[in-house]
Design a protein around this ligand. Structure first.
Ligand code: ADP
Length: 448
């Protein structure tokens, strides 16, 4: 059953139940008040009659100046059963026995009446008997009219409730159907559709916004993945093409006379390109394992300062051949609790980059700072620098700045670095001036 039908049914059921509870309550209240009005008007006639009866020297008479409304027929007898006042057509002679102090409903001449009998007392003795009649005709007519209204109004009300319920449910749920339609129309590949229309700040508006935001994120990550796959294929295709070209030439020329020197050169190229492919593939593996949360961290406490020194030792030769001076300002042991092999890889990436993107006879300065709540490693160089516009992209997979294209790289090093630092709860800050140099600051929260 659709929600709109359910909503309508519940709504109708609820209002109908309420109707069946309140209609009898209301009807009884109206009828009670009409009856008590009739009774109190009878009592007021009795009080009026008490004033009209004169009692003097044991004789009872009626003050002719006082008259009682014809609408309430009244008869008064003295104690000798002589009629001293009569108004209207009714009297004690009808077969209703006189019962002082009683209020009765009775059918007289085919009509409904309320009859009130009372003794009238003067100076402490009963001097007369009064009977007053009140016709229930108008009360019954009013109550009948109300019943008629109820009988006609209830089905009408019922129809309006059902239609109104359906309309409310439709108005409330139509935007949701729209969301469903759009969601269905979004293909597996094209995530660019958005739901538009409802700009209101209600629950549906919120749902649409959330849905659109989700689509935005999906589209973004889908595009990123697309770019990643095409970049990865592109990066791998270049070394593969070179290897293929060289092996083909080698095979063709294997018969011909060829110097050992030339053959070695070709094999060296093949070796270099295979290594490059190997690097790309293993970096890709690290990244995908990291993103999929499949990387097994081995955390231990070690001195980061020592790791930096080892990495710098390892890179001395490369730095020397590029005529770059490496300097480490060691401010003492820096104990951290982290995955040592990943952190070693991290420092290697940054310091290697600083050398790779350095200028001849340049410098790389590494230092550490211990703060109360964080450990900062600073890697500064006076190399080629990064254009401001490109700085925000350097952590993206396969991104390489224009001015770095002539130097060998995969564009994956900083993505891996970012992942490693973030996995350890830290962050990386970069500041750079094109042509002057770059500074990276790696901040780890202190957990030791
Ligand atoms: P690559 O393998 O190309 O070095 P990275 O992810 O390590 O890939 O770096 C991404 C890009 O960031 C580099 O191609 C380069 O343009 C820029 N970059 C990184 N480190 C430096 C640096 N120290 N000086 C100048 N540019 C840098």
């Amino acid at each position: 059953m659709k929600i709109r039908t359910k909503m309508m049914l519940w709504y109708t059921l609820l209002t109908t139940v309420l109707l069946f509870i309140f209609i009898p309550i209301l009807y009884n209240a109206i009828s009670d008040s009409l009856y008590s009005e009739a009774e109190s008007s009878l009592e007021s006639i009795v009080s009026q009659a008490e004033i009209g009866i004169e009692y003097e020297n044991n004789a009872v008479s009626w003050d002719e100046n006082i008259d009682i409304s014809e609408e309430t027929p009244t008869v008064i007898y003295n104690m000798n059963e002589n009629k001293i006042y009569e108004n209207g057509v009714w009297d004690l002679s009808n077969n209703l026995e006189f019962q002082a102090g009683t209020l009765r409903r009775s059918i007289l001449n085919g009509e409904k009446w309320i009859v009130l009998d009372e003794n009238i007392q003067k100076e402490g003795i009963t001097v007369a008997q009064i009977r007053v009649y009140y016709s229930l005709d108008s009360v019954n007519k009013t109550l009948g009219r109300i019943k008629l209204i109820i009988v006609f109004a209830v089905p009408f009300y019922f129809i309006i409730t059902v239609l109104g319920g359906l309309l409310i449910a439709k108005t409330a749920l139509d935007p949701i159907s729209k969301v469903t339609k759009t969601a269905k129309s979004i293909g597996r590949v094209d995530l660019s559709s958005r739901i538009n229309g409802n700009k209101s700040r209600d629950e549906v508006g919120e749902l649409i916004d959330t849905f659109n935001e989700m689509l935005e994120r999906l589209e973004e990550s889908f595009n990123k993945e697309k770019r990643f796959t095409s970049d990865a294929s592109h990066e791998l295709r270049t070394p593969v093409s070179i290897i293929m070209a060289y092996t083909e030439t080698l095979l063709k020329e294997i018969e011909t006379e060829r110097s050992a020197d030339e053959t070695r050169k070709s094999i060296e190229v093949i070796d270099k390109e295979s290594k490059r492919m190997n690097t790309i593939i293993s970096q890709l593996l690290t990244l995908t394992r990291g993103y999929e949360g499949r990387y097994k961290f081995v955390k231990e406490t070690f001195d980061l300062s020592e790791v930096i020194e080892n990495v710098m030792d390892e890179l001395t030769e490369i730095a020397e051949s590029a005529h770059i001076e490496l300097a480490y300002k060691n401010n003492g042991a820096v104990l951290i609790d982290a995955d040592q092999s990943l952190v070693t890889q991290l420092m290697l990436n940054f310091i290697e980059n600083a050398i790779k993107y350095g200028k001849e006879f340049g410098h790389v300065w590494v230092s550490n700072v211990q703060r109360e709540d964080e450990t900062i490693i600073i890697i500064e160089d006076d190399g080629i620098g990064i254009e401001e516009e490109q700085q925000k992209h350097i952590f993206e997979r396969f991104f390489r700045a224009d001015q770095a294209r002539d130097r060998r790289g995969t564009g994956l090093g900083l993505s891996i670095a970012k992942w490693i630092v973030e996995e350890h709860g830290g962050k990386i800050e970069v500041s750079s001036v094109l042509g002057e140099g770059t500074t990276f600051e790696i901040r780890f929260p202190r957990n030791i």
